[in-house]
Design a binder for this molecule. Sequence first.
Ligand SMILES: *Cc1c(COP(=O)(O)O)cnc(C)c1O
Length: 361
Amino acid sequence: MTVFNFSAGPAVLPKPVLEQAQSEMLDYRGSGMSVMELSHRSSLFENIIQEAEALLRELMNIPDNYQVLFLQGGASMQFSMVPLNLAQGKKALYANTGSWSKKAISEAKKIAGVEVEVIASSEEQNFTYIPEITPDMVDQDAAYLHITTNNTIEGSAYQTIPDAGKVPIVADMSSNILANDYKTEDFGIIYAGAQKNIGPAGLTVVIIRDDLLGLFPTPSAMLDYKIQADNHSLYNTPPTFAIYMAKLVFEWVKANGGVAGMLKQDQAKAGLLYHTIAESNLFTSPVDKDSRSITNIPFVTGSEALDKKFNQEALAAGFENLKGHRSVGGMRASLYNAFPLEGVEALVAFMKQFEIENGGN
Ligand SMILES: *Cc1c(COP(=O)(O)O)cnc(C)c1O
């Protein structure tokens, strides 16, 4: 049976990437060793990490005054590293747009001396929209403004990046990095756990502007952006195999039209599903029209029993991981870059059939 994996993360990877990893698994470029067995100080691995960085710089048009870091600890570790490195004794501004924003806020509050201020929130409406942030809302003395560009669980995304004046914007881009046309220079820091749109779990990508390095002492070298940058992400043993897989994904993105090519495909996939939802008398989107994500698309029938039936039948038909997050319910289709259009075509056909069989008209 063909399986389509709608997982929110760890998520589907491009098949050609998996095939290449398989073909190089036992003998990487004549070394007689797997990438997993290479020293992180070997020239073979140094080439891998340097190529990965160069490819990401090219794909995202990253200016020279930004560092690219390959770290561990997930996006969740960034929830602490950002305030620790940027805001000791200062005010940090947050937009509260979903479960991950909420976690970022609560982690920042744990860092001594950081004054956390939530300047915009959609929590009172179950995070069904992206609240507007106007320049007058941004205290120009703040250390940064933190936003979550794509709310993976709730299915909303910023269509444009707010104007924060001279305050750097820090973006959790875990679920839509390489799937949008945001500009790197609109941000002070971009971070993303790799397991959604970049590669396997275990790697966290951080893109940070030079002037944000080394502002405050940190209690651990591992948590210090400047030390990580000075050591080119090789302060300790990095997640070598995950970096190699990320490099293969970056090559695949480049070969498929770069970020513009991804965006075009992702818009086509999302457009098909949103169109089907709009035409349906059974399925609805809980998210406001002008705040919708193209990578994570929740939908519901309005009946918990029918949602459950849909999820059971979908799973039996080969649609994996469609069940909505436990905090939201219903269904959620995560359509990351590597998710094929055929998977969306199969899903909408299945939805239409389900609607006919279950009382839609
Ligand atoms: C998945 C996700 C996280 C958590 O990532 P980890 O790498 O598991 O820590 C944080 N923020 C967003 C937006 C996510 O999608």
